[in-house]
Write a protein that binds this ligand. Structure first.
Ligand SMILES: [Zn+2]
Length: 310
């Protein structure tokens, strides 16, 4: 199998055995500003390089799975639109890639692919229903039910970051206001911290980063501690909603914000205890992701594997 994680910054490609063992991997800058044609050509070259390696090893390639950001029509493999790729409008990515690499290609939303990766070989190994939340610049999500990605009617399911938490809250890029993403992401934490300082009459430093806020909280700085607890509360409310709707065996938290785990997880559990139906008590485990940056690539290969075996 070939697994691809096509991100806005990097394209990661891997050659995997059907059991998920990574035999070879590549990583290259995506350079989305070059336009879709060049990005697709570069991606195809990376895959072809892995194809050569597979041939040298005497392996037959069954197909490629690609996790890509944005709104995707999974059945046709078309990227309708993508925030990371401004010129990708109704791009037939499956068709373009298949023409170049001559093996079946399957496209999936990147966060959904990452969720399947974690369920297959990461934190959710051995369980069949779990939800992944990726706490990065934004909040991504993927829902795996009975070993399958839940795609919804139009492939739009799993947009957990855009769950409304505050009816007239911060405006979000999606057009809604008060989305979970605006509070539980690195960007949300930065905004909360700035707002707290401004409310106290202090001008926040322009160099402030989310990592510095985590460090300040670890050092016991009052504002940073409060901001991280508030982030945990918002995340906990979102997770309590998910538990009430899906009753999953596990919620996996990934993304860069995960590094600040001890600063927010207490507040997450408090909100879950307060709001979620727990049958039996503490049914749903909340755990950090295990695969990190590999989740999308591994999950994309799993998507292709499932489609080929169907
Ligand atoms: Zn939103």
């Amino acid at each position: 199998m070939i697994g691809v994680d096509l991100g806005g910054t990097n394209m990661r490609t891997a050659l995997l055995r059907p059991d998920g063992t990574i035999l070879e991997r590549r990583k290259e800058g995506t350079r989305a500003a070059d336009g879709w044609r060049k990005v697709v050509v570069r991606l195809a070259e990376n895959i072809k390089h892995l194809q050569t390696i597979a041939i040298d090893k005497g392996l037959a390639l069954a197909g490629a799975g690609v996790g890509a950001p944005g709104v995707i029509r999974m059945d046709k493999g078309i990227v309708i639109k993508s925030p990371n790729f401004p010129d990708w409008n109704n791009l037939p990515l499956k068709e373009e890639l298949e023409r170049a690499i001559h093996i079946p290609v399957f496209i999936e939303n990147d966060a959904n692919a990452a969720a399947l990766g974690e369920q297959w070989l990461g934190a959710g190994r051995g369980i069949n229903s779990m939800i992944l939340l990726t706490l990065g610049t934004g909040v991504g999500g993927g829902i795996v039910l009975n070993n399958q990605i839940w795609q919804g009617a139009d492939g739009m399911a799993g947009e957990i970051g855009h769950m409304t938490l505050i009816p007239h809250g911060r405006p979000c890029g999606c057009g809604n206001t008060g989305c979970l993403e605006m509070y539980a992401s690195a960007r949300g934490i930065l905004q909360s911290y700035r707002e707290s300082l401004e409310a106290a009459g202090t001008t926040p430093s322009a160099e402030i980063t989310s990592e510095r806020i985590y460090q300040a909280a670890r050092d016991g700085e009052t504002v940073a501690c409060r901001v991280m607890r508030e982030m945990g509360r918002m995340l906990g409310i979102g997770i309590a909603n998910l538990i009430n709707i899906f009753n999953p065996q596990m919620i996996v938290l990934g993304g860069g914000v995960k590094d600040a785990w001890p600063l927010f997880i207490g507040a997450v559990h408090e909100e879950i205890m307060r709001r979620a139906f727990q049958v039996p008590a503490e049914r749903t485990k909340i755990v950090p992701s295990l695969l990190g940056d590999d989740a999308g690539m591994v999950g994309a290969a799993a998507v292709a594997l499932q489609k080929i075996r169907m």
